[in-house]
Design a protein around this ligand. Structure first.
Ligand SMILES: N[C@@H](CCC(=O)N[C@@H](CS)C(=O)NCC(=O)O)C(=O)O
Length: 245
């Protein structure tokens, strides 16, 4: 398993980034899987990205609808007035601020594969994980059968990671890219609640890759404790009412 955490040179950002002042604001809630990767990249290149705390599950203020017409997070508002929704677009915008970045791959096909991994994880994988977790935390009505179905479907999607990571250390090419950062961040709520020790036994390469990425300095700068549950949520109705993270 890949549990080693190579010493990553921490990029300190360009002189321009430091002189620029605030790059903008990101509306999100603390430790949001969709914002973590964005915040990691911004921090690593010295971009000042102010976090505005917003938890859509608790409702959003009236002004927010004009920034994000679906009332979702994250939303980026640049110091220059640019408004961007969609975590993948925000991540690309932030990464592009470093003209020397290696996070977008070394070839155009690498870049295509990076988009493929982030898109796959942000849609199919996250939706399947959410269908597994949500009934267990009281966010959606509980049904044992639906949870079992979501477990099967999540497992099928994670198999794509496992097969890919069997003979490689990173998702794309032979070095860390935005795909590793964004995907590990998006998957963190699975590792926090359902991908427990027993489940992980079937996915040693996937689990090792996640731990390796989350322990890199670029991630450790924004994650105080890496989500990694021992015993996951049981397939049973929640014992407490839903409480947003
Ligand atoms: N396609 C959007 C999805 C954003 C999204 O669903 N965000 C979640 C929080 S991580 C949210 O706001 N959920 C509240 C809702 O669905 O109303 C993206 O990739 O940024």
């Amino acid at each position: 398993m890949l549990f080693d955490a190579p010493a990553m040179p921490q990029q300190n950002g360009s002189k321009e980034a430091k002189e620029r002042g605030s790059f903008g604001k990101i509306y999100t809630y603390k430790r949001s899987p969709r914002a973590l990767g964005i915040q990691a990249v911004a921090t690593s290149i010295g971009l000042e990205l102010e976090q505005v705390e917003l938890q859509p599950a608790n409702g959003v203020p009236d002004y927010y609808w004009s920034l994000n017409p679906l009332g979702k997070t994250p939303t980026f508002v640049g110091a220059d007035g640019l408004v961007l929704t969609e975590c993948m677009a925000i991540a690309l915008h932030v990464t592009n601020e470093d003209s020397t970045t290696t996070l977008l791959g070394s070839t155009s096909l690498d870049f295509v594969q990076i988009i493929r991994w982030i898109s796959f994880t942000n849609t199919d994988v996250v939706n399947r994980m959410a269908a597994w977790v949500r009934p267990l935390i009281g966010y959606t009505p509980y049904s044992k059968e639906k949870v079992l179905k979501a477990q099967r479907e999540t497992t099928q999607a994670i198999r794509v990671f496992e097969d890919n990571l069997r003979d490689r250390k990173y998702l794309v090419g032979d070095r860390l890219t935005l795909a590793d950062i964004m995907c590990a961040s998006l998957l963190s709520f699975g590792f926090a609640q359902i991908f427990d020790r027993e489940w992980r036994e079937d996915f040693p390469y996937f689990s090792g890759w996640y731990m390796m990425v989350m322990h890199l300095p670029i991630m450790k700068a924004v994650v105080d404790e890496v989500p990694f549950v021992e015993v996951g949520l049981p397939n049973a109705p929640p014992t407490e009412p839903f409480k947003a993270p």
